[in-house]
Design a binder for this molecule. Structure first.
Ligand SMILES: C[S@@+](CC[C@H](N)C(=O)[O-])C[C@H]1O[C@@H](n2cnc3c(N)ncnc32)[C@H](O)[C@@H]1O
Length: 446
């Protein structure tokens, strides 16, 4: 998940909206969008690579904000260009289309001052070697400052297979899911209990001029409607606070943690939940495993920043025979790789790239993980299975079939703070309580 480094932290009047860098960051946005929308590239990879080449934090945040807003509102910008351009843009104009999306995003979703946004985006056309089309960019964006954009149908831009599954799985909630998936999320913070408490930290944020909400749950959470760069959070570098969505923070509430317990976080990277479990109970003996050794480095960085420790293990959760020492775990978390359909507002490129057959492969992987790790759980132990998916086949149906296969597994129901009870777990749909879509099931070994 991309770390929130918000553009909004900079007041619009302070933003880089003109000059070389203003145009440069818009050209960068067009390049990232072009790669993601037209060449099947990953948003996470392209955006991080582009950001790593930008020195100024405000420009990095502006880039992220433009790219995210353009992707979330892609269907509207597509409909607007179709209506406003005399001829549709061809494939050879892909980067120009991407630049126009970035331009419309600034004026529409981001509400930037129009003169600066238009001028810098027109200038960006020249940087993209599209000087001959700078007039077209200017005309489209000036029109957008005068006229409302053309709004697409709420389902536009969604793959048919996914719409069908949502209609089957959540017939009453499809519209709300579509709406929530294109909003910009608030910034959820997790206050480190080992260092401070959330009331004291909320007071600190208010002293720094931030508008902070203290939600009823999760217990360590604070919410900022207007995201800020992590560098603006007091004590971030010293581990006082982390950035983590509320729905992910609920995982720690699903375990009754005690010092000395052996816990396995089987899909740990980048470490959001490992570190939260350890903040709650520093005496826990945690193995933080992940198949991706490079991503495990991020777990290590998080542990260091928060002053916590865990055993890191590059390992495949489906083959514990290759790495398990035979000592049973009291607690296991499987925060499984999934379709990520609950977090489309953070990863809008999933709508472009995810295929129906990917979901079938993920369902098979999740069930192999459950089957392989269950024998490593101690009798009486707890396994929490979680996903950031809203598809029942990855969630309650996955758990239902697992319970049918494992005679010694029982569902240990969670409470309503985890979302709606689906019979075989709890589901939160995207946007509910301001949180990401998430699924949780707690299983107890007899
Ligand atoms: C949803 S992410 C985990 C997020 C993490 N729990 C957190 O809170 O920061 C899923 C993770 O599963 C890992 N993964 C995928 N297949 C795996 C496997 N066979 N064994 C272990 N980890 C796997 C991925 O590398 C990815 O880091």
């Amino acid at each position: 998940m991309l770390v929130v480094a918000s553009f909004k932290q900079t007041r619009p009047d302070q933003a880089r909206t003109g000059g070389d860098r203003g145009a440069g960051v818009r050209a960068d946005a067009a390049r990232v969008l072009d790669a993601v929308m037209h060449r099947g590239r990953s948003l996470k990879v392209e955006l991080s690579a582009a950001q790593s080449r930008i020195a100024d934090g405000r420009d990095r945040a502006l880039l992220e904000a433009m790219v995210m807003a353009a992707l979330r509102n892609r269907a509207d910008y597509d409909a607007t260009l179709k209506a406003w351009l005399p001829r549709p843009l061809g494939q050879r104009d892909n980067d120009l289309r991407a630049l126009l999306y970035a331009g419309l995003a600034q004026l529409d979703a981001m509400g930037l001052p129009s003169h600066a946004a238009v001028d810098a985006t027109v200038e960006a056309a020249r940087l993209l070697k599209r000087s001959h089309q700078a007039g077209l960019v200017n005309a489209v964006l000036r029109r957008a400052t005068r006229e409302p954009l053309v709004r697409a149908d709420a389902q536009a831009g969604w793959p048919q297979w996914l719409l069908e599954r949502l209609r089957a799985d959540w017939p009453e909630d499809v519209e709300a899911i579509l709406r929530a998936s294109r909003t910009s999320p608030p910034m959820w913070l997790r206050v480190n209990r080992g260092k401070t408490d959330r009331d004291a930290y909320a007071a600190q944020l208010r002293e720094n001029g931030m508008d902070v909400r203290i939600p009823d749950h999760p217990a360590d959470a604070l919410m900022l409607e207007t995201p800020v760069a992590v560098s603006a959070l007091p004590g971030f570098g010293e581990g006082t606070v982390s950035v983590q969505d509320g729905s992910a923070q609920l995982i720690a509430d699903a375990f009754a943690l005690k010092a000395g317990m052996r816990a396995l976080d089987a899909c740990a990277a980048p470490g959001g939940k490992t570190t939260h479990l350890l903040e709650r109970e520093p005496g826990l003996q945690v193995i933080a495993a992940d198949i991706d050794a490079r991503r495990l480095r991020r777990v290590e960085e998080g542990l260091q920043r928060l002053g916590l420790s865990a055993q890191l293990l590059a390992a495949d959760a489906t083959t514990p025979d290759a790495w398990w020492d035979g000592r049973a775990f009291d607690a296991i978390l499987i925060d499984a790789p999934c379709s990520a359909t609950g977090i489309l507002r953070r990863q809008p490129d999933i709508l472009l790239h995810r295929r129906a057959e990917d979901v079938a492969a993920l369902v098979a992987l999740q069930s192999r993980m459950l089957d392989a790790l269950w024998p490593t759980l101690a009798p009486g132990g707890t396994l929490v299975y979680a996903t950031c998916s809203i598809l029942r086949e990855e969630n309650d149906r996955q758990v239902e079939t697992f319970l049918q296969r494992m005679a010694d597994a029982r569902l240990d129901p969670l409470d309503a703070t985890f979302g709606r009870d689906t019979g075989c777990g709890h589901q939160r749909l995207p946007g509910e309580g301001g949180m990401d879509g998430f699924f949780y099931a707690r299983l107890r070994k007899q």
